[in-house]
Design a protein around this ligand. Structure first.
Ligand code: NAD
Ligand code: TYD
Length: 359
């Protein structure tokens, strides 16, 4: 592995992965292909943009000619595919872009590597890898007493987002079975950590607490997510790239399954400690209109990656949340830029206006 193409590297997890790779591996060159949608920003990569082992290309993964050229020009042997539309609420408002990027975009990339890698006379196929980043949401929703998702749990996606990710997972798998393309897939649970766009639950709660604004909890707040610190996710991906078995999928989870109300309350408590201006912050919590088709519970069984690749998450929920809050409190300028750049206010009005949040 020498020349890695990261798609969606200007987003939350992709930018963390690029930073992780540049810091831990000295021999690898990275090309980042990103369309810079509302969710992507070069602000996320400001500190590394001059690194000579890193190159940014602005472009769309649905553009076959561009992707082909990038893979050829940079002699790409490994694709780590993060680029996607990633927010469930936005997929409910407007699913079309999710079909385009998540399904057609993944298909386009697979077609590019199929035409280039399968015809490469210099290197055997074993020298290449297409790693697809997916989500636990493809497995659907668990009842409270049901066993956690494992790699063979049948797919049952419930939102346009998870359905589009499920479709892309199936395409990746099919390209391995049909054409022998060397692929791996990972399905990860909800990530949190530095550089997450503040439309997702954890950064949204931190920011609203910081500003003394209402903290919106959908429905009864008893939904359960399996929270994974983003660096733990990056380490897991790296282990799969190095030692994962071709054609296999790996579940990645954080071993943390609080209810939304519990996690919001923990963040409020930490904010009381770090920034007491608006304390007690839990008085800001407001129960608002629920998300349609809201999945009740996700939980990941991580025995496979733990036994085969020796990976378990390093961060506990407490340690990961502390790191995250400290990062957001220190990066006010980043926040300002991200919110100005990406029409954040428009999304807040669109999503929360109709949910009945009281000022
Ligand atoms: P994100 O929304 O923060 O970033 C997505 C990035 O992809 C952005 O930089 C955006 O500009 C880029 N992008 C979007 N459409 C593109 C296109 N057509 N062409 C090129 N670039 C495009 O997402 P994230 O949270 O970093 O998630 C990354 C991946 O991880 C996604 O595939 C997502 O499904 C998966 N995932 C996310 C989570 C999570 O909790 N965030 C959990 C599990 C899996
Ligand atoms: P989110 O961060 O959007 O991730 P996902 O939908 O992919 O799990 O939401 C995490 C959980 O938090 C989910 O159950 C929805 C809930 N939620 C709220 O209660 N209030 C909010 O304002 C947001 C954005 C999410």
């Amino acid at each position: 592995m020498k020349n890695v193409l990261v798609t969606g590297g200007a987003g939350f997890i992709g930018s963390n992965f690029i930073r992780f790779l540049l810091e831990t591996e000295q021999e690898i060159r990275i090309t980042n292909l990103d369309a810079l949608t509302y969710a992507g920003s070069l602000e996320n990569l400001k500190d590394i943009c001059t690194n000579e082992r890193y190159k940014f290309i602005k472009g769309n993964i649905c553009d076959f000619a561009l992707c082909t050229q990038v893979i050829q020009d940079f002699d790409i042997d490994t694709v780590v595919h993060f680029a996607a539309e990633s927010h469930v609420d936005r997929s409910i408002e407007g699913p079309a872009q999710f079909i385009e990027t998540n399904i057609t975009g993944t298909f386009t990339l697979l077609e590019c590597v199929r035409s280039i890698w399968l015809n490469n006379r210099k290197h055997p196929l074993d020298d290449f890898r297409f790693h697809h980043i997916s989500t636990d949401e493809v497995f659907g929703s668990l009842g409270i007493n049901e066993a956690s998702f494992h790699e063979l749990t049948p797919y049952a996606p419930n939102s346009p987002y998870s359905a589009s990710k499920a479709a892309s997972d199936h395409l990746v798998r099919a390209y391995h079975k049909t054409y022998g393309l060397p692929v791996t897939i990972s399905n990860a649970s909800n990530n949190y950590g530095p550089f997450q766009f503040p439309e997702k639950l954890i950064p949204l709660v931190i920011l609203n607490a910081l500003e003394g604004k209402p903290i919106p909890v959908y429905g009864d707040g008893k939904q359960i997510r399996d929270w994974l610190y983003v660096t733990d996710h990056c380490i897991a991906i790296w282990k799969i790239l190095n030692n994962g078995k071709i054609g296999e999928t790996y579940n990645i989870g954080g071993n943390n399954q609080p209810t939304n109300l519990e996690i919001v309350t923990i963040i409020c408590g930490l904010m009381d400690e770090y920034q007491p201006n608006h304390a007690p912050h839990d008085r800001l919590i407001q129960f608002v209109k629920d998300r349609p088709g809201h999945d009740r519970r996700y939980a990941m069984n991580i025995q496979k990656i733990s036994h085969e690749l020796g990976w378990t998450p390093r961060e506990t929920l407490q340690s990961g949340l502390r790191k995250t809050i400290e990062w957001y409190l220190k990066h006010n300028q980043w926040l300002q830029t991200i919110r100005d750049q990406n029409d954040y206010q428009h999304w807040v009005i669109q999503n929360y206006g109709k949910r009945g949040v009281k000022k």
